[in-house]
Design a protein around this ligand. Structure first.
Ligand SMILES: Nc1ncnc2c1ncn2[C@@H]1O[C@H](COP(=O)(O)OP(=O)(O)OP(=O)(O)O)[C@@H](O)[C@H]1O
Ligand SMILES: C[C@@](O)(CCO)CC(=O)[O-]
Ligand SMILES: [Mg+2]
Length: 425
């Protein structure tokens, strides 16, 4: 018996799914443009315990929200028509119907406090939907923890959907798993298994259905990166993996301004309806930026090894800054990437998804001759700053200290690692 008095029957499955950064193309990707994104080494973990028949419950623990929810299976049966589930197979990915959506909201509202966040309600509905369709009415306890800041542009909603889908499919014994032969990450004693490619596709498709419940109109880029990992180019549901020898270092700064992706995506959609031609031109420009970023990342030319010195800041228009004194060498590719980041940020501002805090961070980092843009849905959340490979750690610490003095929290994360993985106990 566990601390909570529930009888676990010994089977525990855990899935971990990474967050992501979008290098370029957010929002425009919803309207058909290309975007480039990478997995980051911060994970959401979904742990599922199968319970014995004595506990006829579905239990959901969400420590980041200090929420513990529990539904008797009989209550779920009395609210929902589950007959269609008996015919469904986990491979047969389905969308939530209007009637299920209303009934799952009712089941969720009965459990959540009256003043609970609407975003949290949507996350719980996504969990119930995925659980019932993938695992059926099996008594379980699911605990979801996360290293990601939630609602901050690093794909927490996608990592939530991908990790719970992975854990549910693993518990339903629907995944082919491979022991991965590489060294385990330092300090990580848990053995993570890779998922077969065909099963990754099923995880991704279910997670997309979860994202639709949380977001309204996702492009699918976030769940795709969280599932497949690495660095990807994404356009209209199609992904291709980008292999690059270019070191991609960046600083992530959390504005800590709360926002939700659903309303930001809806806001850009409304602007596009009001100004179809102008917004189409912006989305086209973003598409070109992403295509250029892909070709820069994939170029392995001699040119990339030629180092260029950036003119000292005092000689250009930023002479007012007392902060800029370092001259940093950059490759031609790094210079181009920085310009594209700057152009993309300008276009995101035109879409109406920047925020004074984001603009302040971009301005602050430009005084260190570094380029920044929002990442994810914007409106607050996180900002990424490109760090040229020659930038010394002392200089990075100076930027961090400068941003910290403004009240912003900065961190670095590993870029381009694996996607969802499973661990069994
Ligand atoms: N660990 C978690 N536990 C429960 N719900 C979560 C968790 N992580 C994310 N969510 C769900 O995702 C929602 C936040 O998603 P949202 O898309 O607004 O932000 P994000 O995914 O962090 O940023 P972006 O979409 O810009 O990358 C929360 O309101 C909740 O529904
Ligand atoms: C804003 C957006 O483009 C990225 C959110 O991380 C939404 C989406 O693509 O689903
Ligand atoms: Mg999201």
């Amino acid at each position: 018996m566990g601390d909570d008095g529930l009888q676990a029957c010994g089977v525990v499955m855990e899935a971990r799914a990474p967050g992501k950064v979008i290098l370029c193309g957010e929002h425009a990707v919803v309207h058909g443009a290309t975007a480039v994104a990478a997995a980051i080494g911060l994970y959401t973990h979904a742990r599922i315990h199968l319970l014995t028949g004595e506990d006829n419950l579905l239990v959901l623990d969400l420590p980041p929200f200090q929420v513990h929810l529990s539904w008797p299976l009989s209550q779920i049966q009395s609210v929902l028509d589950l007959s269609s589930l008996h015919k469904a197979y986990p491979q047969d990915v389905q969308s939530i119907s209007e009637s299920w959506s209303a009934k799952l909201k009712q089941l969720t509202d009965e459990q959540l406090p009256a003043d609970a966040d609407k975003g949290l309600q949507a996350g719980v509905v996504a969990y119930l939907f995925l659980h019932l369709y993938i695992l059926g009415l099996q008594p379980t306890k699911m605990t979801v923890t996360s290293e990601l800041p939630i609602g901050s542009g690093l794909g927490s909603s996608a990592a939530f959907c991908v990790s719970i889908t992975g854990a549910l499919l693993a518990a339903a014994q629907q995944l082919d798993l491979h022991r991965h032969l590489g060294p385990t990450e330092e300090g990580d004693m848990q053995r993570w298994l890779d998922v077969d490619d065909k099963d990754l596709d099923i995880i991704n498709r279910w997670a997309f259905e979860g994202e639709k419940i949380i977001h309204g109109r996702p492009s699918g880029i976030d769940n795709t990166v969280s599932t497949f990992g690495y660095i990807v180019k994404f356009r209209q549901g199609q992904l291709s993996r980008i292999q690059t020898t270019m070191p991609l270092n960046m600083l992530l700064t959390n504005t800590k301004v709360g926002r939700d992706t659903k309303s930001l995506v809806a806001g850009v959609g409304a602007r596009a309806q009001r100004h179809p031609k102008s917004m189409a031109a912006i989305f086209d420009a973003v598409d070109s930026i992403s295509e250029e970023v892909v070709s820069i990342l994939q170029s392995n030319s001699e040119e990339s090894r030629i180092e260029h010195n950036i003119v000292e800041s005092k000689k250009d228009g930023h002479a007012q800054s007392e902060l800029v004194h370092n001259t940093v060498s950059r490759s031609v590719e790094e210079i181009k990437l920085e310009e594209l980041v700057q152009i993309n940020q300008g276009l995101l501002q035109s879409m109406g998804v920047s925020h004074p805090c984001i603009d302040a961070i971009c301005c602050r980092t430009s005084k260190h001759k570094l380029q920044s843009k929002l990442t994810g849905a914007g409106g607050g959340g996180c900002v990424l700053t490109l760090l040229p490979h020659c930038l010394k750690s002392k200089a990075i610490e100076e930027v961090k200290a400068d941003l910290a003095a403004e009240g912003f929290e900065c961190f670095q994360a590993h870029i381009g690692g694996k996607g969802v993985q499973i661990s069994k106990k």
